[in-house]
Design a protein around this ligand. Structure first.
Ligand SMILES: C[S@@+](CC[C@H](N)C(=O)[O-])C[C@H]1O[C@@H](n2cnc3c(N)ncnc32)[C@H](O)[C@@H]1O
Length: 247
Protein backbone atom coordinates (compact mmCIF):
# COMPACT_ATOMS: atom_id res chain seq x y z
CA UNK A 1 0.00 0.00 0.00
CA UNK A 2 1.30 3.47 -0.85
CA UNK A 3 2.13 5.98 1.87
CA UNK A 4 -0.93 7.96 0.87
CA UNK A 5 -2.99 4.76 1.06
CA UNK A 6 -1.61 3.99 4.52
CA UNK A 7 -2.43 7.47 5.77
CA UNK A 8 -5.96 7.23 4.30
CA UNK A 9 -6.44 3.81 5.85
CA UNK A 10 -5.26 5.05 9.27
CA UNK A 11 -7.64 7.97 9.02
CA UNK A 12 -10.55 5.75 7.98
CA UNK A 13 -10.00 3.44 10.98
CA UNK A 14 -11.70 5.67 13.54
CA UNK A 15 -14.41 6.48 11.02
CA UNK A 16 -15.16 2.77 10.47
CA UNK A 17 -15.06 2.12 14.21
CA UNK A 18 -17.47 5.00 14.76
CA UNK A 19 -19.76 3.57 12.10
CA UNK A 20 -19.70 0.18 13.83
CA UNK A 21 -20.61 1.78 17.16
CA UNK A 22 -23.39 3.75 15.48
CA UNK A 23 -24.70 0.59 13.82
CA UNK A 24 -25.11 -0.97 17.27
CA UNK A 25 -26.58 2.26 18.57
CA UNK A 26 -29.02 2.38 15.66
CA UNK A 27 -30.15 -1.17 16.38
CA UNK A 28 -30.90 -0.45 20.04
CA UNK A 29 -32.07 3.11 19.43
CA UNK A 30 -33.81 3.28 16.04
CA UNK A 31 -34.54 -0.42 16.20
CA UNK A 32 -36.33 -1.60 19.32
CA UNK A 33 -34.73 0.02 22.39
CA UNK A 34 -33.75 -2.45 25.07
CA UNK A 35 -31.15 -2.98 27.77
CA UNK A 36 -29.14 -0.24 29.49
CA UNK A 37 -28.45 1.64 26.25
CA UNK A 38 -32.13 1.54 25.41
CA UNK A 39 -33.05 2.82 28.88
CA UNK A 40 -30.75 5.84 28.56
CA UNK A 41 -31.76 6.42 24.98
CA UNK A 42 -35.54 6.26 25.52
CA UNK A 43 -35.61 8.47 28.59
CA UNK A 44 -32.90 11.03 27.83
CA UNK A 45 -31.61 10.92 24.26
CA UNK A 46 -34.47 10.16 21.91
CA UNK A 47 -36.98 12.77 23.11
CA UNK A 48 -34.27 15.43 22.61
CA UNK A 49 -33.04 14.03 19.31
CA UNK A 50 -36.57 13.90 17.94
CA UNK A 51 -37.70 17.30 19.20
CA UNK A 52 -37.27 18.65 15.67
CA UNK A 53 -39.38 15.83 14.25
CA UNK A 54 -42.24 16.57 16.67
CA UNK A 55 -42.04 20.28 15.82
CA UNK A 56 -42.23 19.56 12.11
CA UNK A 57 -44.98 16.94 12.39
CA UNK A 58 -47.41 18.97 14.52
CA UNK A 59 -48.41 21.49 11.82
CA UNK A 60 -48.32 18.76 9.18
CA UNK A 61 -50.89 16.68 11.06
CA UNK A 62 -53.21 19.59 11.96
CA UNK A 63 -55.41 17.70 14.36
CA UNK A 64 -59.08 18.56 14.72
CA UNK A 65 -61.10 18.29 17.92
CA UNK A 66 -63.00 15.22 16.68
CA UNK A 67 -59.90 13.35 15.46
CA UNK A 68 -58.91 9.97 16.78
CA UNK A 69 -55.18 9.65 16.35
CA UNK A 70 -53.03 6.54 16.22
CA UNK A 71 -49.25 6.90 16.34
CA UNK A 72 -47.48 3.78 15.13
CA UNK A 73 -44.12 3.23 16.88
CA UNK A 74 -44.97 6.01 19.30
CA UNK A 75 -41.81 5.59 21.36
CA UNK A 76 -42.14 7.16 24.80
CA UNK A 77 -45.26 9.05 23.73
CA UNK A 78 -43.82 12.57 23.53
CA UNK A 79 -45.72 13.52 20.37
CA UNK A 80 -48.95 11.94 21.62
CA UNK A 81 -48.67 13.81 24.92
CA UNK A 82 -48.08 17.07 23.06
CA UNK A 83 -51.04 16.52 20.74
CA UNK A 84 -53.55 14.79 23.01
CA UNK A 85 -55.31 18.05 23.91
CA UNK A 86 -56.09 18.68 20.23
CA UNK A 87 -57.92 15.42 19.58
CA UNK A 88 -60.83 13.40 20.95
CA UNK A 89 -58.70 10.30 21.58
CA UNK A 90 -55.09 9.24 21.05
CA UNK A 91 -53.54 5.79 20.87
CA UNK A 92 -49.97 4.64 20.50
CA UNK A 93 -48.30 1.35 19.75
CA UNK A 94 -44.68 0.37 20.19
CA UNK A 95 -42.72 -2.87 20.29
CA UNK A 96 -40.33 -1.83 23.06
CA UNK A 97 -41.28 -2.56 26.68
CA UNK A 98 -39.17 0.41 27.76
CA UNK A 99 -40.96 2.81 25.45
CA UNK A 100 -44.41 1.50 26.32
CA UNK A 101 -43.71 1.92 30.04
CA UNK A 102 -42.53 5.51 29.55
CA UNK A 103 -45.42 6.40 27.25
CA UNK A 104 -47.91 5.06 29.79
CA UNK A 105 -46.26 7.22 32.47
CA UNK A 106 -46.38 10.27 30.24
CA UNK A 107 -50.04 9.81 29.35
CA UNK A 108 -51.19 8.43 32.71
CA UNK A 109 -53.92 10.98 33.40
CA UNK A 110 -55.41 10.65 29.93
CA UNK A 111 -55.25 6.86 30.10
CA UNK A 112 -57.12 7.04 33.42
CA UNK A 113 -59.69 9.33 31.79
CA UNK A 114 -60.16 6.88 28.91
CA UNK A 115 -58.94 9.29 26.20
CA UNK A 116 -55.55 7.66 25.61
CA UNK A 117 -54.30 4.12 25.14
CA UNK A 118 -50.77 2.75 24.81
CA UNK A 119 -50.35 -0.78 23.53
CA UNK A 120 -47.31 -2.99 23.17
CA UNK A 121 -47.35 -4.54 19.74
CA UNK A 122 -45.94 -4.87 16.25
CA UNK A 123 -46.58 -2.21 13.63
CA UNK A 124 -47.15 -5.01 11.12
CA UNK A 125 -50.04 -6.42 13.11
CA UNK A 126 -52.10 -3.64 14.66
CA UNK A 127 -54.45 -4.84 17.40
CA UNK A 128 -57.40 -2.62 16.43
CA UNK A 129 -60.39 -3.43 14.23
CA UNK A 130 -60.83 -1.92 10.76
CA UNK A 131 -61.85 1.74 10.55
CA UNK A 132 -60.79 2.71 14.09
CA UNK A 133 -58.98 6.05 13.57
CA UNK A 134 -59.26 9.28 11.60
CA UNK A 135 -55.49 9.96 11.54
CA UNK A 136 -52.42 7.73 11.59
CA UNK A 137 -48.95 9.12 12.15
CA UNK A 138 -45.49 7.63 12.27
CA UNK A 139 -42.20 9.47 12.74
CA UNK A 140 -38.54 8.66 13.10
CA UNK A 141 -39.37 4.97 12.92
CA UNK A 142 -40.66 3.86 9.54
CA UNK A 143 -37.20 3.34 8.10
CA UNK A 144 -36.47 0.65 10.71
CA UNK A 145 -39.50 -1.57 9.93
CA UNK A 146 -38.35 -4.80 8.28
CA UNK A 147 -41.62 -5.12 6.30
CA UNK A 148 -42.81 -1.57 5.55
CA UNK A 149 -45.49 -2.70 3.05
CA UNK A 150 -47.18 -4.73 5.77
CA UNK A 151 -47.15 -1.72 8.11
CA UNK A 152 -48.73 0.49 5.44
CA UNK A 153 -51.42 -2.14 4.82
CA UNK A 154 -52.21 -2.19 8.53
CA UNK A 155 -52.32 1.61 8.76
CA UNK A 156 -54.72 1.63 5.81
CA UNK A 157 -56.94 -1.02 7.41
CA UNK A 158 -57.36 0.75 10.77
CA UNK A 159 -58.04 4.15 9.19
CA UNK A 160 -61.62 5.19 8.53
CA UNK A 161 -62.65 6.15 5.00
CA UNK A 162 -61.31 9.66 4.28
CA UNK A 163 -58.90 9.20 7.17
CA UNK A 164 -55.44 10.59 6.68
CA UNK A 165 -51.95 9.24 7.11
CA UNK A 166 -49.15 11.70 7.90
CA UNK A 167 -45.92 9.78 7.84
CA UNK A 168 -42.34 10.88 8.29
CA UNK A 169 -40.57 8.44 5.99
CA UNK A 170 -36.89 9.25 6.09
CA UNK A 171 -35.31 12.37 4.67
CA UNK A 172 -34.68 14.05 1.35
CA UNK A 173 -32.09 12.11 -0.65
CA UNK A 174 -29.94 13.40 -3.52
CA UNK A 175 -31.36 12.93 -7.03
CA UNK A 176 -30.48 9.54 -8.45
CA UNK A 177 -30.34 7.79 -5.05
CA UNK A 178 -31.74 4.31 -5.26
CA UNK A 179 -33.43 2.64 -2.32
CA UNK A 180 -30.89 0.91 -0.09
CA UNK A 181 -30.09 0.09 3.52
CA UNK A 182 -27.57 1.70 5.86
CA UNK A 183 -26.17 0.97 9.31
CA UNK A 184 -27.25 -2.63 8.98
CA UNK A 185 -30.99 -2.33 8.85
CA UNK A 186 -32.23 1.17 8.17
CA UNK A 187 -33.99 1.86 4.86
CA UNK A 188 -33.12 4.87 2.74
CA UNK A 189 -35.86 5.27 0.13
CA UNK A 190 -36.00 7.18 -3.09
CA UNK A 191 -39.06 9.41 -3.33
CA UNK A 192 -40.40 7.35 -6.25
CA UNK A 193 -40.25 4.15 -4.19
CA UNK A 194 -42.03 5.82 -1.28
CA UNK A 195 -44.83 6.96 -3.62
CA UNK A 196 -45.14 3.49 -5.13
CA UNK A 197 -45.21 1.80 -1.74
CA UNK A 198 -47.85 4.14 -0.25
CA UNK A 199 -50.09 4.04 -3.33
CA UNK A 200 -49.85 0.26 -3.54
CA UNK A 201 -51.27 0.11 0.00
CA UNK A 202 -54.42 1.78 -1.41
CA UNK A 203 -53.87 5.40 -0.37
CA UNK A 204 -54.84 8.28 -2.66
CA UNK A 205 -54.16 12.03 -2.82
CA UNK A 206 -50.55 11.43 -1.96
CA UNK A 207 -48.28 14.44 -1.54
CA UNK A 208 -44.78 14.76 -0.19
CA UNK A 209 -43.32 17.76 1.57
CA UNK A 210 -39.86 18.33 3.00
CA UNK A 211 -39.39 20.22 6.23
CA UNK A 212 -36.04 21.40 7.43
CA UNK A 213 -34.76 20.34 10.81
CA UNK A 214 -31.46 22.12 10.28
CA UNK A 215 -30.01 23.70 13.37
CA UNK A 216 -32.45 21.91 15.65
CA UNK A 217 -30.14 19.18 16.96
CA UNK A 218 -26.38 19.35 17.15
CA UNK A 219 -26.33 15.66 18.01
CA UNK A 220 -28.18 14.73 14.79
CA UNK A 221 -25.89 16.93 12.75
CA UNK A 222 -22.83 15.24 14.29
CA UNK A 223 -24.22 11.77 13.50
CA UNK A 224 -24.92 12.88 9.95
CA UNK A 225 -21.37 14.19 9.51
CA UNK A 226 -19.91 10.80 10.50
CA UNK A 227 -22.35 8.49 8.74
CA UNK A 228 -23.80 10.57 5.93
CA UNK A 229 -26.93 8.68 6.95
CA UNK A 230 -29.29 11.41 8.05
CA UNK A 231 -30.42 14.37 6.02
CA UNK A 232 -31.70 17.63 7.36
CA UNK A 233 -34.91 17.77 5.34
CA UNK A 234 -37.47 15.43 6.83
CA UNK A 235 -39.70 13.75 4.27
CA UNK A 236 -43.36 13.94 5.23
CA UNK A 237 -45.89 11.93 3.28
CA UNK A 238 -49.56 12.92 3.30
CA UNK A 239 -52.09 10.40 1.99
CA UNK A 240 -55.79 9.62 2.35
CA UNK A 241 -57.86 6.49 2.54
CA UNK A 242 -60.53 6.69 -0.19
CA UNK A 243 -64.16 7.17 0.79
CA UNK A 244 -65.18 4.18 -1.36
CA UNK A 245 -63.12 0.99 -1.74
CA UNK A 246 -61.14 1.07 -4.97
CA UNK A 247 -61.82 4.78 -5.52
C1 LIG B 1 -36.35 6.08 16.93
S1 LIG B 1 -37.70 5.52 17.89
C2 LIG B 1 -38.89 6.79 17.58
C3 LIG B 1 -40.03 6.79 18.53
C4 LIG B 1 -41.07 7.90 18.35
N1 LIG B 1 -41.72 7.81 17.08
C5 LIG B 1 -40.46 9.25 18.53
O1 LIG B 1 -40.25 9.95 17.54
O2 LIG B 1 -40.13 9.59 19.67
C6 LIG B 1 -38.25 4.13 16.93
C7 LIG B 1 -39.35 3.35 17.62
O3 LIG B 1 -39.86 2.35 16.74
C8 LIG B 1 -40.23 1.25 17.52
N2 LIG B 1 -40.37 0.07 16.65
C9 LIG B 1 -39.40 -0.49 15.89
N3 LIG B 1 -39.90 -1.55 15.23
C10 LIG B 1 -41.22 -1.63 15.58
C11 LIG B 1 -42.28 -2.49 15.21
N4 LIG B 1 -42.10 -3.49 14.33
N5 LIG B 1 -43.49 -2.28 15.75
C12 LIG B 1 -43.70 -1.27 16.63
N6 LIG B 1 -42.73 -0.43 17.01
C13 LIG B 1 -41.50 -0.60 16.50
C14 LIG B 1 -39.12 1.13 18.52
O4 LIG B 1 -39.45 0.36 19.65
C15 LIG B 1 -38.87 2.60 18.85
O5 LIG B 1 -39.60 3.03 19.96
Amino acid sequence: MSAVGQVMSALSGPREATKRVLTGFARDWAGVPRGPLGRVSTRWVMPRLHAAVYRVMAPAVQLRADDELLEVACGSGVFLAQQAGQARRVAGLDLSDLQVELARERLASRIAAGTAEIVKGDAGQLPWPDDSFTVVTCMGSFEAFPDPEKVLAEMFRVLRCSGRAVLNIGERVPDGTTTHRILGEIWVWSEADVRRMVEQAGFIDLSIEYASSAGESRMLEAIDRVTGALGQDLRIVHATKPTQPGQ
